[in-house]
Design a protein around this ligand. Structure first.
Ligand code: GAL
Length: 833
């Protein structure tokens, strides 16, 4: 398309934006408006449009013939907005083939359809659709033409719609089938459907390719940084399929912007684009770079502008962080020259009551809770996360281990990815690296978790192949695999000598053997702990219990009748240990670069140690609803510099009972405990990371005081609660954005007259929501709760539950009414703008 002066260009852009936006039925996106506004000033004008394509889809649950055909009648289908996970809307049942390991929720088949128009003037442009992820076995059609299939449910992909779309009056139709019927195919809850974001992208014939930039910082010191970008340019100016591209003389201009958007420097390069794909290589240095780290997650932006003659063809932005790091076989990890431990947790991808459906605020909230605990790293087990989650890690400061696979050719479940591995592993792994290699947060590429091929020679061959695939696309980060075999003669993955860091899961008893068994290698505890806890449940025990006790049992024998586990950090799966023990074992060894605790949050599925109705995991430091379990404060006391004093349990017991009282503390020398004003003694941490007292219960006030050099640092009280008398609502955010996606998490507490949470309160609480918002889900964190996450009511569990409110697209107030028998009604107001 040739330029005909600035006015024409502005008019055309207005026209395009309005026509695409209006005709496609897309509510004008804030992003696009901003892009345009910038374009108007002539500053950041770009011919690339990236439109949110999540609204106005239709959905059919089940299989149906002919739904890919444009003439198919879908008028009766349900209207919805993506991201969408149909499994989370289902009922829990022991009969679902996913089993309770899969969350006891349904799989099945689902169809999605969306119609849209493309303005005539888009005719000379390329039109792409980008899917963040579809679980699983997706097939996508445009106007009845099959674009492709994608078995892997966690991978992002793009299709080129250009040859098959209509411009002008004629409607286009996208159809997607997701097939999650063959189960079990996962060891945890997967979700089903188009559960990640979809975007429509339009570019000129010559543009930066999909994931077409690769930024690295090959030399960084405090005074100077070299920044290198490889840019892959796609030239489709040949038009007809098969025709070769017209050679074009292009200018590639890179402008580095600092965190405030101010220009740091610009470099330019001329290059002839002869082929359909051309790579440009550009480097430059800047002085006094501000380095990225978890403590200061400072981001720059590299703006790539492609022009031919006077015509600007593309403008593409890549976020970048300048940092360097190393793993050392003796000293462990260092970032920007400073030694530090990787203090990480493993996370599965579900968002509790929202299921797998991606929501930016829900992910951000999880990270906020983990950050507050002192966590500085996440292992996204065992598959690539949503791209938006990596953006958040860049922005909020988390180091990331990005993981490709939970199995290779040897299966863990009957219908899992092992069936697709042979055909798809190369493409899937390449796509993960291409999508994620510009994130400063990502510091490790994991090619697999507890892979069965570890134990035979095929492991060596596949490891070399996978590591080679990674290195060809990004040689700046170490390749790792999460291993279990600590004997080097039997570990065929380590034998490949193709990994840069060895991850070991569990087995801290063998840690000291690692440097001897794998001389010169670098290590990280890729998975630890697997302790089991239910928030608010306290069963005293002076020894650690293993539930189940060994591999001979799938489930615990003589566990608790209500499928709970004590929150004193005194129960673990037999392959794991307590949080305290696992952390102490890593902490005391310098060669261990850090750890990833299994897990940060409880997740749906894998409810070790219980059968159904248990349906979500017990491993989390934080429960499924987002309420921290007590051990959260152990980490906070160890992993942050802030003074901590956390005393537990609650103080409502049977008269005459002896209760273990624990306290986690930091930034103090000792803690003194008082019951109704009487001192029960002062304790100091010695070998343990907590202090404890055995206390004969009497109702009243338990008070803990921490002191440093004799001076009080903090004090904390636990009161015996009286009768439950009301509902208290507290919102994590009371001001929302009216974009239809923003969330407020409201903690619902059942309290006595004085405001003390009643520790065993289990009232059924009903909610109604009025105004410009809707109920997105409810949860109470109880692992065996089988009432729906989508119902407008839930029972409190140990005095609390959670209601999640989603903003509407209209600004205004949202009123949430919570009521329960004998507790009256409480109304809370949120506002959204
Ligand atoms: C590990 C495994 C994880 C999870 C965990 C539960 O062995 O890597 O995916 O299953 O056990 O404790």
């Amino acid at each position: 398309m040739l330029q005909k002066g600035k006015m024409m260009r502005i008019k055309l852009i207005w026209f395009l934006i309005f026509t695409v936006g209006w005709a496609a039925g897309i509510a004008a996106q804030a992003l696009d408006k901003k892009q345009f506004a910038q374009g108007k000033k002539g500053l950041n004008y770009s011919k690339r449009l990236e439109l949110d394509f999540n609204r106005d889809w239709k959905f059919f649950s089940g299989d149906i013939k002919g739904a890919d055909a444009p003439e198919f009648d879908d008028r009766k289908w349900r209207k919805l907005a993506l991201p969408h996970d149909w499994s989370i809307e289902g009922n829990f049942s022991a009969a679902h083939p996913a089993g309770n390991d899969g969350g006891a929720l349904p799989g099945g088949i689902g169809w999605y359809r969306k119609t849209f128009h493309l303005a005539k003037d888009l005719k000379n442009r390329r039109i792409y659709i980008d899917f963040g992820g579809i679980y699983r076995n997706s097939e996508v059609w445009i106007n009845g033409h099959l674009l492709g299939i994608r078995p892997n449910g966690y991978i992002s992909f793009r299709y080129d719609l250009t040859p098959f779309v209509h411009f002008g009056q004629r409607e286009n139709l996208i159809t997607v089938k997701a097939d999650n019927a063959k189960q079990p195919n996962s060891r945890w809850y997967s979700g089903s459907g188009i559960y990640r974001n979809v975007r429509l992208v339009t570019t000129a014939d010559i543009a930066v390719d999909h994931w077409g930039t690769s930024v690295s910082t090959p030399a960084v010191t405090a005074g100077q940084a070299t920044i290198r970008q490889l840019t892959v340019l796609r030239n489709t100016s040949g038009k007809q399929a098969g025709a070769s591209a017209k050679p074009v003389q292009a200018e590639i201009e890179l402008t580095l912007l600092d965190g405030a958007g101010k220009r740091v420097t610009t470099v330019k390069k001329q290059q002839v684009l002869k082929d359909s794909l051309t790579e440009a290589d550009q480097s430059f240095t800047i002085d006094q770079p501000r380095l990225w780290s978890p403590a200061d997650p400072y981001l720059y932006t590299l703006v790539t502008r492609i022009s031919a003659g006077r015509e600007l063809l593309d403008e593409y932005r890549t976020t970048l962080g300048i940092r360097y790091f190393s793993f050392d076989s003796k000293k462990g990890f260092s970032l920007n020259g400073q030694s530090m431990k990787i203090l990480g947790v493993c996370m599965h991808h579900d968002l509790g009551a929202l299921g797998a459906a991606v929501n930016r605020r829900a992910m951000q909230r999880q990270l906020e809770i983990l950050k507050e605990m002192g966590c500085n790293a996440i292992r996204f087990s065992h598959n690539p996360p949503a791209a938006e989650l990596l953006n958040l890690c860049d922005q909020m400061g988390f180091l990331v281990m990005d993981e490709a696979f939970d199995m290779w050719k040897k299966k863990k479940n009957k219908y899992d990815y092992s069936l697709d591995f042979e055909k798809w592993h190369k493409r899937d792994l390449q796509d993960m690296i291409k999508r994620d290699r510009n994130h400063p947060s990502v510091i490790l590429w994991s090619i697999g978790n507890e892979i069965r091929e570890q134990f035979d020679t095929t492991g060596t061959r596949i490891t070399r192949e996978l590591a080679g695939i990674v290195k060809a696309l990004d040689a700046t980060r170490p390749v790792i695999s999460a291993l279990t075999e600590t004997d080097s003669s039997r570990n065929y993955i380590a034998k490949a000598k193709a990994l840069n860091v060895l991850g070991f899961n569990y087995k801290f008893e063998d840690y000291d053997k690692l440097p001897l068994n794998f001389p010169g290698q670098k290590f990280i505890a890729s998975e630890t702990t697997s302790a089991l806890e239910t928030r608010g449940v306290y069963q005293s025990s002076d020894t650690l219990r293993f539930w189940p006790a060994s591999g001979k049992q799938k489930y615990v024998v003589n566990g608790n009748a209500d499928w709970t586990a004590s929150a004193y950090d005194n129960t673990a799966a037999y392959w794991g240990t307590s949080h305290e023990r696992a952390w102490k074992e890593v902490k005391k060894r310098d060669f261990m670069s850090g750890l990833f605790v299994w897990t940060g949050f409880d997740y749906l599925g894998e409810p070790v140690p219980y059968p159904y109705p248990a349906r979500s995991s017990y491993f989390g430091i934080v429960d499924l609803a987002g309420f921290p379990k007590d051990v959260y404060y152990m980490y906070q006391s160890e992993w942050t510099d802030k003074p901590v004093l956390h005393v537990f349990p609650h103080w409502n017991w049977k008269p005459g009972s002896t209760v273990d009282v624990w306290a986690y503390y930091s930034q103090a020398d000792e803690v003194e405990l008082f019951l109704n004003g009487r001192s029960l003694g002062t304790r100091k941490k010695e070998n343990d990371l907590h202090v404890s007292w055995k206390v004969n219960f009497e109702p009243g006030v338990l008070k803990a005081v921490s002191r440093k050099n004799g001076k009080e640092v903090l004090s904390s009280e636990v009161h015996t609660a009286g009768e439950a008398s009301r509902i208290v609502l507290e919102a994590d955010r009371s001001q929302l954005i009216a974009d239809g996606d923003d969330l407020s998490y409201l903690t619902v507490k059942v309290t006595d007259q004085q405001g003390n949470v009643v520790p065993d309160a289990a009232q059924l609480i009903s909610f109604s929501v009025e105004g410009n918002g809707t109920l997105a889900g409810v949860d109470n964190g109880y692992q065996a709760n089988i009432s729906s996450f989508k119902a407008p009511q839930i029972k409190a569990f140990k005095g609390r539950c959670m209601v999640i409110i989603r903003s509407g697209e209209e600004p205004g107030y949202i009123y949430i009414k919570a009521k329960a028998q004998d507790l009256g009604e409480t109304v809370f107001r949120l506002s959204s703008r």
